[in-house]
Design a protein around this ligand. Sequence first.
Ligand code: BTN
Length: 330
Amino acid sequence: MAAGSTDRKIDKLIDLLVKNATVVVPGPKIASEIGVTRQQVWTWMEKLRLLGVEIRGVPAEGYQLVTIPDILVPSLVRSELGDNPIGRNIVHYFRIDSTNAVALKLAADGAEHGTVVVAEEQTAGRGRLGRVWFSEKSSGIYTSIILRPPLAPAAAPVLTLMTGLAARKAVSTVTGLNVDIRWPNDLLINGKKVCGILTEMSAEVDRIHAVVLGIGINVNHSTMPAALEEIATSLRMEAHRTISRVQVLVTLLKEIERHYQMLLKDGNAAITERWEAASTFAHGKRVRVVTATGEALATTMGVEHSGALKIQYDDGRQEPLVAGEVVEVK
Ligand code: BTN
């Protein structure tokens, strides 16, 4: 078991309650089935309640779930995934600094392709360009997926586009909302960011050891912090209803599997062409290009098969953008 990850017995406890959702399950039965004391069962019930899981306690009788919980524990997620390699091994945390940090460590320790790290809350969620990712407890999806692609490090940009494309499909399928992708892979709804992706990699010159796809989705936040409210939103704020995080995560993992197989089988163009069709940022968008060396106004001109964004700068230069970001200029 990964250090600090959720005790498998809590996962078993949730599974037991879900499978017996129509009845009150006696405390001693729960304790004996999962192999812990009744005191431990009580402690875990309190912990789950703090996460918003509604559990009815009937004195001298036992416990019953009021609703099926929307927490991202392996027992609730894996059962929906079939035989796919992505998600066969799920490592869950109630609270962790960063799922990307954990996934990079697990990858260095030899974790298998498709391992998924997921947390209910992050205390030091990492964003692109050294930013912080706001990771409110039980509201978002904070997950990192370890892939071991048989590809060279030059494939990293297209793996990044692939992840954005898969996340877009998952979000639009579950919510029915219209989702845009801003290069390289921010998801926007009505112009505001709802999902960010941080791809990190360990590689040699000609071979990727592991790629970590870190994905943060604002799902059920009812408001965004003041500093973010102009630029960020959540699925719930846009759809005006609560969205099942389990359903979004399951759909996301299935879509990443599908798009990854497409990339391996059909090559980069299968991804970049779909990306161009899915994003209003692909062609003719007026943008401010922000890189480590400065900012400049430009117009977008499509995506290269490598994953770079073709840019026509206002000063006449035409160059592919490989690192940095673009901001729409109205
Ligand atoms: C961005 O800046 O847009 C990328 C944000 C990526 C956030 C996710 S949340 C899960 C994973 N763990 C992290 O620490 N970061 C990524």
